[in-house]
Design a protein around this ligand. Structure first.
Ligand SMILES: C[S@@+](CC[C@H](N)C(=O)[O-])C[C@H]1O[C@@H](n2cnc3c(N)ncnc32)[C@H](O)[C@@H]1O
Length: 491
């Protein structure tokens, strides 16, 4: 197996001569340009090496390069035991100003020129190079990666899809150029490509605390098979608790009495008539349906197929013209650019694993000047390990610590596990992280609300004879904000 002696690492300047000797299919000047881009920190030029063997390598065709003809050509000039270059992949962190329009819109690293020596194809080396490109992007702090594939190369597309890549529905691009084929012949080529994108957020096991977005590709919730994108969508954290969550949230006093009124205030519902609005992380579509009452034309997007199935059922029973899409806000494949007049995300950004990627999506799908409203648990008071306490004298306190402990956390179960966060946990971020993520994605901050529990809502909350922690919240929410709502606007 070649993998036994395979080594993939960024090209080093001292390796350039042997690299060009082993893979003589590209111009030396191109190698040098890529090497200097890597030195500047614009990307990484990954090369796969293996130790030269006396056995002639097997010759097989490979779909990753339809323009290269396979020929029985072994590495020239390498001595037995010496490291020989057998493949390459180029990752550019961000498309340059001269890159094509679609690449610019992707806003994530792009893999180019993934190439395996014809004599070493179909032996897992392309997959190893792809994995190395993804690992490099992850290490760089990116949550998505993309690559282009020719429309007339379905085998390559299938291969990439098998590795988790999905079509970014941005359109198609005509490309052409000249270069040398694997025989060294000068050739001109042209093709129409489309970009595929992959989320780099690690799948978590159901037992893991950070299981907000589980991506077990094999297990797709069958109840949502009719939804757009369902065939390839992952099982999400809320799929595990869908029925319980639906029941739990349906008449939730805090939603109807606190967080939703704050959202509606910021949305300015009197202007909603005729607007195209996207409910991001819409869950079972309660808020999505509500906004149609103000005349908005709604699209709901969520990653959890089981919740979307409930939303679809409600739509089938009482149609309101809502379109539901199953997609991941962090790496959506079905949302076109600049199509919405407004968007909201109600009580869900704490569930979203990658805030930067989600903010980028928001910026991309909104028209210039369009609004975005989000409501979250208050990041200053709902921190990891924070809790409500009632002292013996009957006073309630919010114990707050670990504001800077950014990451996934889950409050300890109070026994009956009635809180959503006890079930699914939350991604804690600082207030600054929220505001800065949207500013970085091209949105300007406009208005912030910290809704307060009033006497009426407190009585409603207490009427259900809740456990002590919930009673403390009912009283404490009159003194401390438990939610935060903000409106930002696309520049
Ligand atoms: C607490 S629920 C809120 C649902 C709805 N907005 C509401 O207020 O009723 C959080 C939702 O975020 C969704 N979600 C989490 N991560 C997501 C992602 N990456 N892409 C899309 N939806 C996501 C979950 O599936 C879940 O439906």
């Amino acid at each position: 197996m070649p993998a036994l002696s395979l080594d993939i690492h960024p090209l080093r300047p001292e390796e350039l001569a042997s690299f060009a000797r082993d893979l003589p299919f590209r111009e030396m000047a191109q190698h040098e340009r890529r090497l200097s881009r890597q030195t500047r920190g614009d990307g990484v030029y990954l090369v796969a090496w293996e130790r030269a063997t006396p056995t002639p390598p097997r010759l097989v065709d490979d779909p990753t390069h339809q323009n290269d003809q396979a020929h029985d050509q072994d590495s020239d000039g390498a001595n037995f035991g010496e490291w020989v270059a057998i493949g390459q992949g180029v990752v550019t962190w961000r498309p340059s100003a001269t890159a094509d329009d679609l690449a610019q819109r992707l806003g994530c690293p792009i893999v180019n020129d993934l190439f395996v020596h014809p004599a070493r194809r179909s032996q897992g080396i392309g997959a190893a190079l792809l994995a190395a490109c993804e690992a490099a992007a992850r290490a760089h702090g990116d949550s998505r990666i993309a690559l282009g594939v020719g429309l007339e190369n379905p085998r390559a597309r299938t291969l990439y899809e098998r590795h988790g890549y999905r079509t970014a529905r941005l359109g198609e691009l005509y490309t052409s150029g000249t270069g040398r084929d694997t025989q060294g012949q000068e050739r001109s080529w042209e093709e129409i490509i489309t970009y595929l994108v992959k989320s780099l957020i690690e799948p978590a096991s159901p037992d893991t605390e950070g299981a907000a977005d589980q991506t077990t590709e094999d297990s797709v919730a069958s109840s949502s098979a009719a939804l757009a994108g369902a065939e390839s969508a992952p099982v999400a954290a809320y799929d595990e608790v869908a029925e319980w969550y639906d029941e739990r949230i349906r008449d939730e006093a805090l939603t109807h009495g606190l967080t939703l009124p704050a959202a509606l205030d910021l949305i300015e519902t009197e202007q909603l008539a005729g607007q195209r609005v996207c409910d991001l992380a819409c869950g079972q579509g309660g808020v999505t349906r509500l906004l149609t009452r103000y005349g908005a034309v709604m699209t709901g997007v969520d990653i959890a197929g089981s919740l979307l199935a409930l939303a679809e059922r409600a739509e089938a029973e009482a149609p309101l013209g809502i379109t539901y899409i199953r997609d991941d806000l962090c790496a959506p494949t079905q949302l076109a650019d600049a199509q919405f007049d407004g968007a909201l995300c109600h009580m869900a950004l704490m569930d979203v694993a990658d805030l930067g990627a989600a903010a980028h999506t928001v910026g991309r799908i909104l028209k210039p000047g369009a609004w975005f409203v989000f409501v979250i648990t208050h990041p200053a008071y709902q921190t990891p390990n924070s809790s409500w306490t009632i002292t013996e004298d009957g006073n309630q306190y919010r114990m707050v610590a670990d504001y800077f402990a950014v990451g996934f956390w889950r409050p300890p179960s109070q026994g009956s596990a009635t809180s959503v966060r006890e079930r699914v946990g939350a991604h804690h971020r600082t207030l600054g992280a929220y505001l800065n993520a949207f500013t970085a994605a091209g949105l300007t901050f406009e208005r912030l609300l910290e809704p307060q529990i009033g006497a009426k809502l407190r009585e409603r909350l207490l009427a259900a004879n809740p456990p002590p922690a919930r009673q403390a919240l009912a009283w404490g929410g009159m003194e401390i904000p438990i939610a935060l709502a903000a409106r930002v606007r696309r520049r």
